[in-house]
Design a protein around this ligand. Sequence first.
Ligand code: MGD
Ligand code: SF4
Length: 719
Amino acid sequence: VDEGPVKSWHKSVCRYCGTGCGVMLGMNKDKLVRVRGDQEAHNKGVICIKGSMLDSLMKDPNRLKTPKIKKDGKFVEASWEEAMSLMTSKFKEALNDHGPESIGFYGSGQLLIEESYTANKLFKAGFSSNNVDGNPRLCMASAAVGYTQTFGKDEPPGAYEDIDHAETFFLIGSNAYECHPPLWERIMLRKKANKNVKIIVVDPRKTKTAEHADIFLPVLPGKDMLLLNSMCSVMSELELLDDDFIAKHVSFNDGNKKISLEEYKKFLKDYRPEKVADELGITPREIREVAYQFAKSKATMSLWTMGINQRVQGVFLNNTLNSLHLITGQICRPGATPLSLTGQSNACGGVRDTGSLAHLLPNGRLVANGTHRQEMEKLWKVPEGTIAPKPGRHALAMFDGMVKDVVKTALIMCTNPAQSLPNNRYYREGMEKAFLVVAEIFEDTETAKFADVLLPAALYIEKEGVYGQTERRYQIIEKLRDPVGEARSDFDILVDFANRMGQGNLITYKTPNECWDEYRNISKASKYDFSGITYDRLKKERGIQWPCPSEDHPGTVRRYIKGDPFADKHVNANHKVHFYGKPDGRAVVFARPYKAGVEDVSEDKPLFLTTGRVISQWHTGTMTYRISELKHSAGPGRFVFHPQDAGLNNVKKGDKIEVESSRGKMQGIVDISDHETPGVVFGAFYDAKFLVNNVVSDDHDPISKEPDYKVTAIKVKKV
Ligand code: MGD
Ligand code: SF4
């Protein structure tokens, strides 16, 4: 439908992924009619196919427009008054009868910062319930814990700008070509501009990213710890360590206590390439080559995402990636840095920075730390002892609590766990049992089906607030039109809910801007200080990177060096780096052993199943799978085999098969592609008719509690 010419252009941010692309939105009155990349933003005008079709999303006629309440198994329209009263009475009932641990909030890295901040404050300081978690647990938790353990602070030291300076790119567990296309384009531009640039890709799949690599290491799923430790061991053996950097800025730890450099080197001996290469499925020579390139390059940048985070050893992998940079001094210089790419638009700013996970409090504080609780109680002006000392339930534990009838009532916002959680059938039992309030933009999502109360949410430019992406950059989305029907922003829903629950004295702000001002002032009391980032500035500038302690501060591109307000007073010509997250100013290199996964192939289950995204689809497809061009581009969900495995299993394209894992069975259709590697079957999770998470294991990292979506052992049979 042609909705007419553009009458005005507005700068905004794409709502989908953590690249956080700046977009220009062409409006005709209240209609979004054109989208293009913002030339002045960090992405320099480049956007991907999903972002370029944001106008189609906003045009969708099938939005949820009124609240609904489930009666006798069917949804019936209700007024906001009826829906909110029922929600309030159910939460009050659970709190009175069963206490704070019987309620929960399950949020999203796509909610605005003001929304996650409000939910977190309301539940932790209003209801004394730490059962606040969300989908970033499935996505970024291992990276967040990894940074915190290594540097003492979450969020990366470097930035996208480092891409323009790097000489070696080490991409591990990242399919940037499909999942962060503008960043991939920036890497390719850098390669074109400098003939010395080398791209190393480590991935069990021969992805489009891998196709462009100078060196591609197709390691077997679940084994990367062997590779990273082996690279460290080569660096140690060949004396590629940066002794000066180590002496000034690094300490070593075995997970329990400090150890010496010599002890660390001894630990690495078990990982000599000759000892581990076979198990990795590559050669010792390849490991040596990659280690040498990493250490000797003028500037090495590591980029990773879910292939590393969504793993039972996710935290150890993150620690060790950081360690590779620390022992070689490939850090805190332009182009030399670790940079974990974020999955969602606001997982960093919205959830990690606001502390909206079960074990966190705002700006890097921990629930389990008494001083941190007291600090937040003071800042939030609630009596000492209000915040419960025990971390709440992480994502899987929250839904497990529903299965076990311990979590009785929950609010789910901006996420679709009935499709996105692993071992899906099990957690759906919990969704069936608990009283669920679901705020959604569409009625037909898998999770909406389990709602007892369904609330219509405003989408994207129907509301206002801030997103914070991968590189600590905060950017604003301005409201450009009213919500459809009776929809309300998640922020308005939360503020209304707070008032109805008698928490009007806690949630005193009424607008996102007032909420932002409270939060940015609170940030002053931390090393995240972004008090200088006002709505006014965000409306004029193309995002600002924190720390940013005053309104005339330009923001901080790289942390821990000159220019970072918290490092400034500690650095000088002789001592250029200061890791202020640690009391001794030293980042920690951990000796982290490899542990064989529970999910390994065997005679009974001879194939690995790995899962993830495709370029044209966003997560569970609720928004992108209804846009015909994007749906057509992705096609229906399939089990994708390498031709060799297809032959061995006697299946061909289009065949119906049954896949069985330790978690259950499901049927699906076969596709064949030589982008897969022998032994590995791929399944994307965007298609609700192909619920791959029915067979994906819910084993998770014991520290970050992030599930391992990447390694499930399966067997297949034709049906
Ligand atoms: P989304 O599709 O992003 O998936 O999983 P989910 O968060 O469950 O869900 C967002 C929902 O919010 C949609 O239903 C959308 O319609 C709704 N929505 C959109 N805008 C708004 C709004 O403004 N307000 C409200 N209230 N609702 C809105 C993502 C999760 O999936 C993540 S983060 C990861 S990293 C995991 N990855 C993964 C994987 O790699 N493999 C497999 N097999 N499963 C995975 N699941 C995880
Ligand atoms: Fe949007 Fe991500 Fe695509 Fe950029 S890369 S346009 S942020 S989906």
